[in-house]
Design a binder for this molecule. Structure first.
Ligand code: B16
Ligand code: MG
Length: 217
């Protein structure tokens, strides 16, 4: 049966995607091209390095490694300037309530994110106590759609992957969950998250009853 719930951070617990977008768009403009919100969809759930590769693909640019490292660092500095101002008020509606319900029901909870900035965000939002384990981008080598981040959570929780449900806003994350033999609940737009087992607009629109019903299918 269902024993653990694994939550993505950006797009599920908090909307940091808007800050990633602002920062990447600034980099694109400095390089002389436009980067749209639609382009930004492709960056969701993927690592910083991979995000830069996609950005440069959009701009049709090939750059040397040193320049790429510098651009990724610059993007992160811009991103962090927004992140540093975050408060618990930015926790997405219903996220805290849903996590608390999961824990009260006896499910283990984990934060599973590609971000290397997760620790500071968890600290600023004051959400550390909602998770039994936190696995972030500093601890995995293969990023989503590889299931490594989710499998690491399952192993640290001591729960078989097949007893885990994943909550994800990114296509790459849904694929990663399925690659790890986990149930995948999409958070966002059903047109984007076609492969998810269920899609809800946000955790605020999901009940444990609904989750258990999908699990039982
Ligand atoms: P950072 P998630 C991901 O977070 C974001 O969705 C993705 O857009 C970002 O590139 C990635 O974190 C890395 O973030 O630059 O902070 O290391 O959705 O996996 O929680
Ligand atoms: Mg995400």
């Amino acid at each position: 049966g269902l024993s653990a719930c694994l939550f993505d951070l950006d797009g599920v617990i908090v909307d940091t995607a808007k800050y990633h977008f602002i920062a990447w768009r600034q980099i694109a403009r400095e390089l002389g091209f436009e980067f749209t919100e639609k382009d930004n969809e492709r960056l969701k759930g993927v690592s910083r390095t991979r995000s830069l590769e996609i950005l440069l693909e959009v701009g049709g640019l090939g750059l040397d490694t040193a320049t790429k490292v510098a651009l990724a660092e610059k993007k992160n500095a811009v991103y962090l300037s927004y992140v540093m101002k975050m408060t618990p008020a930015e926790i997405l509606p219903g996220a805290e309530r849903f996590l608390t319900e999961c824990r009260s029901a006896g499910y283990k909870t984990a934060l599973a994110t590609a971000s290397r900035n997760a620790a500071v965000i968890v600290e600023l939002l004051k959400i550390a106590s909602l998770f039994d384990v936190v696995v972030d981008g500093n601890r995995v080598t293969h990023t989503k759609p590889d299931p490594e981040v989710f499998l690491t959570c399952a192993s640290e929780l001591g729960i078989p992957p097949a007893s885990c449900a994943v909550f994800e806003d990114a296509e790459a994350g849904i694929e990663a969950a399925h690659a790890g033999c986990m149930l995948a609940i999409g958070i966002g737009d059903p047109a984007v998250l076609k492969k998810a087992d269920l899609v809800v607009p946000g955790l605020g629109e999901l009940s444990l009853e609904e989750l258990r019903a999908v699990w039982a299918e």
